[in-house]
Structures are given as C-alpha cells and as structure tokens.
Design a protein around this ligand. Structure first.
Ligand SMILES: NC(=O)c1ccc[n+]([C@@H]2O[C@H](COP(=O)([O-])OP(=O)(O)OC[C@H]3O[C@@H](n4cnc5c(N)ncnc54)[C@H](OP(=O)(O)O)[C@@H]3O)[C@@H](O)[C@H]2O)c1
Length: 418
C-alpha cells in the first residue's frame, strides 16, 4: 500500500516505520492513500446493503484537519440516510454515513504560514497539533478510518472519556444543548418535557435540563425497562412515563397541574394535542423530528397556540454552518463537558452507552436501533479493524474481503463479512 507523508512544521524525518510508532512521536504521520469505510450498495437500502469498502483518504482543504478515527457513533439519522429518507446537506459525503467520531489529528492543511494563519484552529482560536486527541461533529463520512473536516468542528477529547464514550457525545449532546438553550431558551425553575427519553438525544437533554436547574423534568419512553433505566440514570430526578401504557398528559398534570414551559419533541403528530395542552402560557416546543409521521391529523389543536402565545419551532443541527456548529461545540465544551463522564464515573452527567459494536457488526447495530431496542447511545469501536498490520498487509482477510473489486456475494454471506 502506498503512503503519503503529511505536511508538518518539523524537519525531523523518520524512516518508514509502522503507524503506531510514528504516531506516538507526533512529528510526522504516515497516511495511506486508501482507507476502509462502511459503504451502502446502490447508496441506499436495507441494513444488509452495508458493506466494508474502500475509498480514497479524503483530501483536506483550507482550514481543515485530517483525523484518524478511533470510534464513531450511530444515530437514527444514519438509518434514515441509508433508507434514502434524509436530505443531505451539500457538504456531506454522498457515500459514507456518520456524523460524529473520536480520533487523532494526523494532518493539518497547508504548509505555508498564511494557510496556517487562516485555518487549523478551533472556534476558540486554538491551534491544533498532530497527535491531538479530538472529538468531532461532521456533516458525514465518520464510518471510516479517516475524515477531513473544518478544524472548527473538533474539540479536545477530555482525558477522562474513552474514545468510545467521547464519540457518543457530539451529535446527541449538541442537539440536546441547542434545543434546550439556544432554541428553547430554557431558564432555571422551568418545567421541561423531553420525549423519547431513552434515545441518545433524549437522555442527553434530560441530564442537561436537570444540571442547568429545571424545576421538574418529565419524559416518555416506550417500555417499563426504559422508564426504569431513565430513573436510574438520573438518580430518580426525572418523572418518566411509559407512553404505551400511561396517558403522559394526565400523569404530568397529576405532578404539576400547570403543565410545562418547554417541550423537546421528536414524535410529532401522535403527541401534538397532548403537547399543546401541556404547554403553559408563552410555552415553547422544539420539534427535532416527526417519528410518528410527516403530517398532522385533521383534529390537531391550533387555537390554544394563539391564546397561550405558544412558540413552536423546528430545527436540524446538520444543516448549520461550520461556524455555528463550532461555536456550539465551544460553548458546550466550556459550560458542560467537564461535568460529563462515563456511566460508572459518578459524575453529574453520564454518556449512557447502550452497546459497543465493532465495524463487523454494523448491520446488527443498525437493526437494533431500527427496532428501538437501544436505551442511550450506540457506538462503534473502530480500532478492532484498524491495526497497522491489517492496513499494511494487502492479504489480510478484511482487506481482501472488503475490496470494492469483489463480486457481490449473496446477502447473507455479505452480512457475515461485516
Ligand atoms: N433535528 C435535529 O437536529 C436532530 C439531531 C439529532 C437527532 N434528531 C432526531 O432525534 C431523534 C432521536 O435520535 P437518536 O439518534 O437519539 O435516536 P435513538 O437513540 O434511535 O432513539 C429513538 C427512540 O425514539 C423512540 N421512538 C421511535 N419511534 C417512535 C414513535 N413513533 N413514537 C414515540 N417514540 C418513538 C424509540 O424509543 P421508545 O422505545 O421509547 O419509543 C426510539 O428508541 C431521532 O428522530 C433523530 O432523527 C434530530
């Protein structure tokens, strides 16, 4: 396999040595021309259409860094993208899914002083170095060994989070933070309702609302196990209801007849009337998805929106500019990241990892999420398939099996390969 040498400021030249050695020295990092990544046959279709393929390592542009990925997160949006139901922003990879990752900076764009001045810095003005451990939010392309993206869209990985835990942070926690505070304007002492509480985004929003002083936090989930999980996650601080067996509107009003000031909703039509009824005067609702369908039924209440002066807003994080997303990451890093730890960390907020899969199980992971089985985050550990031995040996089994030049085997066999 041929390697390109990354541009660095140092004059130290290393003889060609395995990746692991050069990385620890952080002076010069070997970058292959090709990388492995999860691709989708015909670019869309069922989970079984995913396979491990090969693409060129992405080229960096002005202001970008190249990151070698150690772990990446799975999001519901990836499933919609694979099914051809998600309108991609123009910057997104057309072939590789994945909007969040943890990894290591292996290349800074540009050799000249001017280009270094122009780019390779965080939203806070901090310069990046080769070998920096980072966490990033991307428009796409994270189901891969390498990703090129704006240096504004990465932050330092906190040392107390593993790459797998850290990879589960960007999409869920930025979405939740944005919905609660930037879009929803949550203030201390307000009552907040967060639907789909056991989702990655829902669990993050519940914990943020509690940390930042919400009065009462309510949530819904589809099984008793998920309700119990949410109570445990928050040390009993959330009022959680099983929406399949309980009328959440009645249950919330039993706790506080006045209802709620802010709702973060992903469900849409099925919850519309209950949501409108629960919102107080000047209440706000942030709609982040419409999982129960794209249209409101004919009996949807509208008049209370006028008389209660309700503010109902939609938002998508992925459509925002790099500057916006970088600013959001920076704010989150300053205000919340320090209080976020692993599930057994005893810290104020926790990244609840439901399961960690290897790349080989990407089909199984998508299917579990599609079946709503997860409570919390689904993450992938990329390291299993990324040893230098596999990268350097063209006869290594995964390399050979996953090359794009293979003939398409039957579906079952293809799934076994992944
Ligand atoms: N707008 C944005 O910027 C943005 C960004 C990120 C994510 N999102 C959206 O946020 C949602 C959560 O994302 P995620 O990755 O955290 O998802 P996730 O972990 O897969 O969780 C989604 C959960 O939603 C619940 N659900 C599914 N269909 C439902 C329905 N019809 N009615 C009620 N609940 C339903 C299920 O839990 P139960 O078993 O409890 O029903 C499911 O496990 C997704 O819809 C995603 O597209 C939006």
């Amino acid at each position: 396999m041929t390697f390109l040498r990354a541009a660095t400021t140092t004059t130290t030249r290393l003889t060609r040595t395995p990746i692991a050695l050069t990385r620890t020295m952080s002076t010069s990092i070997e970058i292959p021309q090709k990388m492995r990544c999860v691709l989708v046959k015909d670019n869309q279709g069922p989970a079984e259409n995913m396979y491990l393929g090969e693409e060129e390592v992405p080229k960096t542009k002005e202001g970008e860094v190249l990151v070698k990925i150690k772990a990446f997160g799975l999001n519901r949006m990836d499933i919609m993208q694979r099914q051809g139901k998600y309108p991609l922003p123009p910057q997104a990879s057309k072939t590789i899914m994945g909007v969040e990752f943890a990894g290591e900076v292996v290349k800074l764009h540009g050799d000249s002083e001017e280009s270094k001045e122009a780019g390779n810095e965080s939203e806070n003005g901090e310069k990046w170095k080769l070998g920096d451990e980072v966490v990033g939010l991307a428009y796409g392309g994270a189901y891969a060994e390498y990703i090129a993206l704006s240096s504004k869209m990465i932050i330092h990985k906190p040392p107390h989070l593993t790459p797998v835990q850290a990879a589960g942070v960007p999409e869920n926690w930025m979405t939740a933070y944005q919905a609660l505070f930037l879009e929803g304007g949550m203030k201390e002492g307000e009552n907040v309702l967060i639907h789909a509480g056991a989702s990655g985004v829902g669990g993050a929003a519940i914990q943020l609302a509690i940390k930042f002083g919400a009065n009462k936090v309510f949530t819904t989930a589809g099984t008793d196990d998920k309700v119990d999980y949410l109570k445990k996650l928050t040390g009993g601080k959330v009022h959680a209801f099983n929406y399949k067996t309980q009328d959440f509107e009645k249950e919330i009003k039993k706790v506080d007849e006045a209802g709620v000031d802010l709702i973060v909703d992903f469900v849409g039509p099925d919850y519309w009337n209950q949501n409108v009824s629960l919102l107080r005067q000047d209440g706000r609702m942030i709609l982040l998805a419409a999982m129960s369908g794209p249209k409101l039924p004919a009996d949807s209440a509208l008049i209370p929106i006028l008389f209660k002066r309700l503010n109902i807003k939609g938002s998508t994080l992925r459509s925002r500019s790099p500057a916006y997303q970088g600013d959001l990451l920076g704010r989150f890093e300053r205000e919340a990241l320090g209080a976020l730890g692993g599930e057994d960390s005893g810290m104020e907020m926790k990244v609840p990892i439901y399961k960690v899969f290897s790349w080989k199980d990407v089909v199984g992971a998508h299917k579990e999420m599609e079946a709503n089985k997860n409570s919390g985050k689904v993450s992938f550990r990329a390291e299993l398939l990324l040893s230098s031995e596999l990268l350097l040996d063209p006869d290594a089994p995964y390399h050979r099996l996953c090359s794009r030049s293979i003939d398409w085997p039957p579906v079952q066999q293809r799934r076994d390969m992944i």
